[in-house]
Design a binder for this molecule. Structure first.
Ligand SMILES: NC(=O)c1ccc[n+]([C@@H]2O[C@H](COP(=O)([O-])OP(=O)(O)OC[C@H]3O[C@@H](n4cnc5c(N)ncnc54)[C@H](OP(=O)(O)O)[C@@H]3O)[C@@H](O)[C@H]2O)c1
Length: 340
């Protein structure tokens, strides 16, 4: 039997072993529900489902805690990829959610994949690294996994059009990557012409193009174009008009669409899960946004079924080339991407 002093040491060791076992157990559970990854053209691995955090209710002057909770719930539910942007004004809340999850042993930083984006008023080469450093400070991180040019257009600080070539911006992105501030670099909202011009004139090929893809805006040409060039596609606004968009004239499908309901019944899933799986089965990485704990969990419960190629085609037939995100106010700005 240990004497008094040794007994205290013995109890201390037992407590440490118990806590360590508990932490490993928690980690095992969450890692087990991890989403699979897409291998990017630079060798980095990007988890296929990302939690969307844009369109929360945060503003620059009024941040809210809902994003902090959603990030935590998402990591708890098995997400390893979080999507944010400087313009969402929620990087501090995203960072707090990540810090909470790490502090509670749900994950390590290395197990997470964090994407953020450069806003349009920071497109000069010398502005890119400082802009990313500012995002990192807000996120409380040393590096992000993916940094994207949010739009190919550039604006002045007052929002009026500027004329910075995105090739110049890309040089700043390459600088950021060389400094180790981001593991991968990519773009968002680039059309096929812009993707080709970027590839033809840069040292580092974009790893990702993040664009809108959903059943009413299937983007088959753009998606194939990117995938053929080794550029992975992240799908934003993945639900399209399935969910309430305050637009009664928006084209189908809605949540109760008979085609989707039939597939949902077949696979014992919801119609929103069918739409997310449709995107995954096209090789895309959807970014569902939710601040609701139950829906966050539902939106990653996608890996025990898959659609047949015929079912993917059936959903493609909803296409009307109608966008959820259509910033027409920029249509006369240089490099406006949505003409194609
Ligand atoms: N690169 C870009 O230019 C760009 C542009 C737009 C968006 N994005 C990114 O993509 C993310 C997603 O896009 P989004 O926010 O436009 O659209 P979305 O994810 O297609 O839709 C979000 C809406 O769907 C609801 N919802 C979520 N899960 C649901 C479910 N299982 N069933 C029913 N309703 C559900 C959400 O409400 P609750 O929160 O109440 O669940 C919210 O109202 C953004 O958050 C952002 O990260 C990028």
């Amino acid at each position: 039997m240990p004497d008094g002093y040794n007994l205290r040491i013995w109890k201390y060791i037992c407590k440490k072993v118990f806590l360590c076992k508990k932490a490993c157990y928690v980690r095992k559970l969450t890692v087990a529900s991890n989403a699979p990854c897409i291998e990017l053209n630079d060798g980095n691995k990007m988890p296929v489902v990302a939690l969307g955090t844009g369109r929360g209710t945060a503003t620059e002057s009024a941040p809210v805690d809902e994003v902090r909770h959603s990030v935590y719930w998402a990591i708890e539910a098995g997400y390893r990829h979080i999507d944010t942007a400087a313009i969402y004004f929620d990087e501090p809340q995203v960072g707090q959610g990540i810090a909470d999850a790490i502090a509670n042993n749900l994950v390590t930083r290395e197990e997470l994949f964090i994407t953020t984006k450069l806003w349009n008023d920071k497109h000069r080469r010398e502005q890119v690294v400082p802009a990313l450093k500012e995002s990192l400070k807000k996120l409380g991180l040393d590096y992000v996994d993916l940094y994207l040019i949010h739009f190919p257009i550039s604006v002045k600080e007052d929002g009026s059009p500027d004329n910075v070539d995105y090739l110049e911006t890309w040089q700043g992105m390459e600088d950021a990557r060389e400094l180790g501030l981001t593991r991968s670099i990519g773009v968002s909202n680039f059309n096929t012409t812009q993707i080709d011009r970027l590839i033809a004139n840069s040292k580092v090929r974009p790893a990702v193009n993040q664009v809108e893809v959903n059943p009413t805006n299937t983007q088959e040409r753009l998606v194939t174009h990117c995938q053929e060039r080794g550029v992975a596609v992240m799908a934003y606004s993945p639900f399209g008009f399935l969910v309430s968009r305050k637009n009664p004239d928006a084209p189908p499908p809605r949540v109760d669409d008979p085609v989707l309901v039939e597939m949902a019944n077949k696979y014992k899933k919801t119609t929103s899960q069918i739409v997310l799986r449709y995107l995954i089965d096209r090789g895309l990485a959807p970014i569902p946004k939710s601040t609701n704990k139950k829906r966050i969990a539902q939106n990653i419960d996608l890996f025990d079924f898959s659609l047949t190629p015929e079912e993917v085609q059936q959903i493609n037939k909803f296409n009307k080339n109608v966008r959820v995100i259509h910033p027409k106010f920029w249509k006369d700005y240089p490099n406006y991407p949505f003409w194609e």
